[in-house]
Design a protein around this ligand. Structure first.
Ligand SMILES: [Fe+2]
Ligand SMILES: [Fe+2]
Length: 336
């Protein structure tokens, strides 16, 4: 054996590629995961950003076209396609043999979908009927491809418990000790059960969705945003976690570095890789580049969310019986 012989079996066995994300300038979370056994394309789909995104509309449309192409190309490489739920930034709804023919389609089951999403889901499955080798309703199930395990969570809330958009499935791809968890649209997470699931998953890489801060008013400290900060910090504390890709809803809002400053500080302190997909690749998120080049759109003034502001928001909400008693303790434990 020579010193220069390649290391057989070296390198990561669960290799993610971030295909289309809000930090690239398009609504989406499309991720291609490659293992020695299987290639899985999770949520191939993308939608143009809305008018509050600081890019001119033609540019937003051009980004949508570019990343839809990237999603199609990623799906074409995969054996298995996942549709975590039926929002249009998470799947391609055309009858495209390049995307679906000969594939295993792991699809969110229809039985607990809200009416609008159910109608869209039924239309989608009718449109692509006959193309996939197999369509598998995947909620709560596990599958093996060689030594790779692809597992799906039970339905998880698309945001808060009983949220109007219903539920999503989270996706785990695991081989040996390497595990990646894709949360889909958990919106924060604000729901403690979701945060616990992610924190206890043991995943080395987590792709996590943040809070839709575009719903917040100017200078407003929303308790749900504080919950999200607490839960992100809690997930950052997970023992096996190395990389937390934090992208999607919050990356539509140029205020996100201020709102999530405590999480960025915590990640630095814990020496975890953390940031949007663009940031982890060494680039600025599209919304921040847009702010720099075109100026602000909807929000003109905002303040960083610091520990005092979080504490004030929690204390203000404490008399409400719906506020969990442990919230202040969680803030001190995970964020402070
Ligand atoms: Fe969604
Ligand atoms: Fe989404």
């Amino acid at each position: 054996m020579k010193l220069t012989d390649p290391v057989i079996g070296g390198g990561p066995k669960v290799q993610p590629e971030y295909v289309a994300f809000d930090s690239f300038g398009v609504m989406g979370q499309c991720t291609l995961v490659t293992t020695p056994d299987v290639v899985v394309c999770i949520d191939p789909g993308a939608s143009a950003e809305s008018a509050s995104f600081p890019l001119p509309e033609p540019e937003r449309r051009a980004l949508e076209a570019r990343y839809l192409d990237a999603c199609r190309a990623a799906a074409a490489k995969a054996k298995a396609i996942v549709v975590s739920h039926y929002h249009l930034d998470h799947f391609l709804d055309a009858r495209d043999p390049g995307v679906y023919a000969g594939k295993v389609l792991f699809a969110k089951a229809l039985d607990d979908l809200p009416p609008k999403q159910l109608a869209r889901a039924e239309r989608f499955h009718a449109t692509i009927a006959g193309l996939p080798d197999e369509t598998v309703w995947c909620d709560g199930r596990r599958f093996k491809f060689g030594r790779t395990e692809v597992a799906f969570s039970e339905p998880a809330w698309h945001g808060e418990e009983n949220a109007e958009p219903g539920t999503v499935v989270m996706v785990e791809v695991k081989r040996g000790r390497e595990e990646l968890l894709f949360t889909s649209d958990v919106c924060g997470p604000t729901f403690t059960g979701t945060a616990e699931f992610v924190a206890n998953s043991g995943a080395r890489t987590v792709i996590l969705d943040g809070y839709p801060t575009i719903l917040l008013g100017q200078l407003e400290t929303d308790l749900d945003l504080v919950r999200s900060v607490i839960n992100v910090c809690r997930i950052l504390h997970s023992k096996g976690l190395k990389t937390l890709v934090f992208d999607h809803h919050h990356c539509r809002d140029y205020r996100y570095p201020a709102f999530y400053r405590l999480a960025y500080d915590k990640a630095r302190q814990l020496k975890k890789e953390f940031g949007s997909a663009a940031e982890l690749a060494g680039n600025a998120s599209a919304v921040l580049r847009g702010l720099q080049d075109h100026g602000p759109t909807k929000w003109k003034k905002w303040a960083p969310l610091d520990l005092n502001a979080c504490r004030t928001a929690v204390e203000r909400a404490a008399p409400d019986p719906k506020t969990k008693k442990s919230l202040l303790r969680d803030l001190d434990r995970w964020v402070a």
